[in-house]
Ligand binder design. Structure first.
Ligand code: OAD
Length: 242
């Protein structure tokens, strides 16, 4: 099918769907200048750094300063970034539910009212010992490695590291949304990290049409009913245009 033919079919699928969910990953924010993890063309962090040193309990125990410095750099970068056309398009279509793996706040800043976050957020810190203390931080001026004011252990970003469970309730909420949708837009994710990537199967098993939007084929390609190759900032506005 031609590119135009694919886009027409995808548009019709979305228009006919009652419930649409956008399941997004780092590619959604790539055009805002936020680095991805596995895509060399967009700063793939895990192609340059060992994720176990920067995003695991073991890495934090071994060199907490290194971990916090890396997150501070990412936080400052996100503070400088602006939502792009893809974030703005999702915000403009309130009927599209948002489930994201992203830890930046660009969907929120674009005006999306309700985001289910599978991997936490950069805009908060929490106690690493799990005493329950957490607080908002300034992305532009992130705090250094510091003790938890409540229990004396250490503060860390409120994000999910390798080997850790998803935030309480996040999976249940996301799975509910994906079970109810008729169309899922899989936007800018390599779909390699589980359990998050399993949401594509959840939606598919519930009968939803899977529309994959990515600059290149990905692990989600095999599950796609329709695959739209191109940058999310161009494809999403075209797809959701009325
Ligand atoms: P990845 O970096 O693994 O994948 C990003 C995907 O976006 C790739 O498939 C790119 O081809 C695609 N891409 C790049 N630019 C794009 C654009 N402008 N438009 C559309 N697609 C584009 O990022 P994720 O799949 O989000 O986990 O990674 C999943 C998780 O792995 C992250 O949430 C993070 C990481 O470890 C945690 O932090 C827990």
């Amino acid at each position: 099918m031609t590119k135009d033919g694919l886009m027409d079919r995808a548009r019709r699928t979305v228009q006919e769907a009652q419930h649409v969910v956008a399941f997004s990953g780092a590619g959604l924010s790539a055009e805002s200048g936020v680095a991805t993890f596995r895509d060399a063309a967009t700063g793939g962090q895990w192609l340059k750094h060992d994720p176990m040193r920067l995003a695991s309990q073991q890495g934090f125990r071994e060199d907490p300063d290194l971990v916090i410095r890396w997150y501070s750099e990412r936080r400052r970068n996100v503070a400088r970034a602006e939502p792009n056309a893809a974030h703005r398009t999702l915000a403009a279509h309130e009927r599209v539910m948002n489930v994201t793996q992203n830890v930046d706040d660009l969907l929120d800043r674009a005006g999306v009212k309700d985001v289910t976050r599978l991997h936490g957020t950069l805009v908060r810190d929490r106690c690493n010992a799990g005493c329950g203390f957490e607080e908002p931080i300034e992305l532009a001026d992130p705090p250094p490695f510091r003790p938890c004011p409540a229990c004396g252990d250490h503060m860390r970003p409120s994000v999910v590291w390798f080997g850790e469970a998803l935030p309480a309730g996040a999976w249940e909420r996301a799975a509910d949304t994906c079970t109810q949708c008729d169309a899922m837009l899989v936007v800018g994710t390599a779909a390699e990290v589980y359990p998050a990537a399993g949401l594509i199967d959840v939606a598919r098993a519930s009968g939803a049409a899977i529309i994959v939007i990515n600059t290149q084929p990905s692990a989600a390609s095999g599950s796609a009913d329709l695959e739209l190759i191109g940058p999310a900032g161009e494809v999403l506005p075209a797809l959701l245009a009325s």
